[in-house]
Ligand binder design. Structure first.
Ligand code: 13P
Ligand code: SF4
Length: 303
């Protein structure tokens, strides 16, 4: 039996499902039961009834959200090192300090945060619904973290005063994209449509034809009549885009934009994770209860 067959067999034996983020390695996406963006994966995990184990092929905060939303399931993160550096940029102390300074401003936290931070939020958001979430609030001034670029994008779209917490949170992978690289690609592919994730800088967003979460980018590309696309988000998404659109061409805006944390999940690690039921993601119930409420409020917002 090869590794893929062994994984399939263990999945059956242990009643497990594999959820994978759009940035996962191609072979991981291919073996997954479901591939999606962060909100889709959270919803899948929350609504999962049959499986006993959820192998979460992504990074720490996504697996943690799954454990928070479905405490009756065992959620496994195949690689303990798969941590999102942006999520580490915000601390509970920082949120408390910001709240003390702006007591009337609600706290909106991107899901790229640790559970302990989500527990301090009024509401969570993802890149797929951040604008709608902030629009849904009565307040005109909002504390928003940890991504300063998403905060800036939300400010542009809503016209509200968005105070970023911390002041300079960012995704190291999305920071690598430069508008000059897009211009070079445009010379080679003048008709290509530019698709960009909102974690990119303002300068990158300015050269985009479409801005959205990873799955929104996939939906846009599928529905578009264009034949060529320049993609301004982590390179793992290219596998899904090419698989779903075999007649269209996709060019990375910058080839080096790789999230090393997402790539830590390999088939080997998934196999060991299933076999040894590790690494189990746990969140203390006192924290989980509050964090769940912030996530559930997000699900109530139409987007
Ligand atoms: P999506 O929710 O768009 O999949 O983004 C998650 C992420 O970590 C982007 O870097
Ligand atoms: Fe975190 Fe950026 Fe990797 Fe997304 S791409 S998981 S924000 S480091």
């Amino acid at each position: 039996m090869d590794l893929k067959q062994k994984i399939q067999q263990l999945k059956k034996e242990k009643k497990a499902i594999i959820l994978a983020h759009n940035y996962q390695r191609p072979e991981v996406q291919d073996i997954a039961d479901y591939t999606g963006d962060s909100i889709e994966l959270s919803l899948k995990a929350m609504n999962e009834k049959d499986a006993e184990l959820i192998v979460f092929s992504a990074v720490d905060f996504m697996a943690e959200s799954a454990a928070i939303l479905n405490p009756n399931k065992k959620v496994l993160l195949p690689s303990l090192g798969a941590r999102c550096p942006m999520a580490q940029m915000l601390t509970v102390d920082e949120i408390k300090r910001a709240k003390a300074k702006h007591p009337d401003a609600p706290v909106v936290l991107y899901v790229n945060t640790l559970g302990s931070c989500k527990a301090e939020a009024d509401i969570c958001c993802t890149s797929a619904n951040a604008v709608e979430v902030v629009q849904s609030l009565k307040a005109d001034t909002v504390l928003f973290g940890p991504d300063m670029n998403l905060a800036d994008y939300v400010a542009e779209k809503t016209g509200k005063t968005i105070i970023p917490i911390p002041s300079h949170g960012f995704c190291p992978t999305h920071l690598l994209f430069q508008p000059e690289d897009v211009q070079v690609q445009k010379i080679a592919h003048p008709k290509a449509v530019v698709l960009v994730h909102p974690e990119c800088t303002k300068e990158m967003r300015a050269v985009a034809d479409f801005i959205g979460s990873t799955s929104k980018i996939c939906k846009f590309a599928k529905a578009s009549t264009a034949k060529e696309f320049i993609v301004g988000t982590e390179e793992g998404i290219l596998h899904r885009l090419r698989k779903e659109n075999p007649t269209k061409k996709f060019y990375p805006a910058y080839e080096g934009a790789i999230c090393p944390n997402m790539k830590l999940t390999t088939l080997d690690r998934i196999y060991v994770s299933l076999k040894e039921e590790k690494h189990l993601v746990t969140v203390p119930e006192a924290v989980a209860k509050k964090a769940r409420a912030s996530l559930e409020r997000m699900f109530e917002v139409k987007s």
